[in-house]
Write a protein that binds this ligand. Sequence first.
Ligand SMILES: O=P(O)(O)OP(=O)(O)OP(=O)(O)OC[C@H]1O[C@@H](n2cnc3c(O)ncnc32)[C@H](O)[C@@H]1O
Ligand SMILES: [Mg+2]
Length: 198
Amino acid sequence: MMTLNQLVLASHNAGKLKELQALLGDAVRVRSVGEFSDVAPEETGLSFVENAILKARHAARLSGLPALADDSGLAVDALGGAPGIHSARYAGGGGDAANNAKLLEALCEVPDAERGARFVCALALVRHAEDPLPIICEGLWQGRILHAPRGTEGFGYDPLFWVPERGCSSAELASAEKNRLSHRARAMLQLRQRLGLA
Ligand SMILES: O=P(O)(O)OP(=O)(O)OP(=O)(O)OC[C@H]1O[C@@H](n2cnc3c(O)ncnc32)[C@H](O)[C@@H]1O
Ligand SMILES: [Mg+2]
């Protein structure tokens, strides 16, 4: 089992950082990669796992500390799994609002029964930049894409993601509730178990 005193979170996304911190609890002292650099590495992998490893190694190299990265995204059935690993830049860099607008447009003719989607989260933890055996955990969250945004909590695609088990969008869930249900929560529970924190 890996013993951790300090950990760098290898993300530049404020919404994600907040969730990761809450999910880790206070057993580990957490730093953010933003303390070391404003420049995010290019996400050149073909999978969530490859991109998570690449971001974790980059942060470990910058900080000299163990690093945890999250690569996540939304996979929509009717779009063959898109935007997938390209979720953050789906609309070419216009941010969350542009991404959501593009998604709604892409699905405008798609009926409810075919609007299935899942959030995907891959976590990678490396002890150091060249760690040959990263810890990998994954989580999925099944839902459906709404026809218009609902709610103001969360970030990213949350206003468009219908959560069947709660009958609301993920942007209408309190953060503690999202942190019990989400793809990130599921992946993080596995990670906490692997680390002996859960
Ligand atoms: O790479 P880092 O620096 O961590 O930040 P990022 O925002 O670029 O993160 P990703 O590359 O993993 O892209 C994931 C995108 O998928 C979306 N996403 C992931 N998890 C989400 C969640 O819990 N709720 C809503 N959208 C989410 C969101 O738009 C993210 O920008
Ligand atoms: Mg990214």
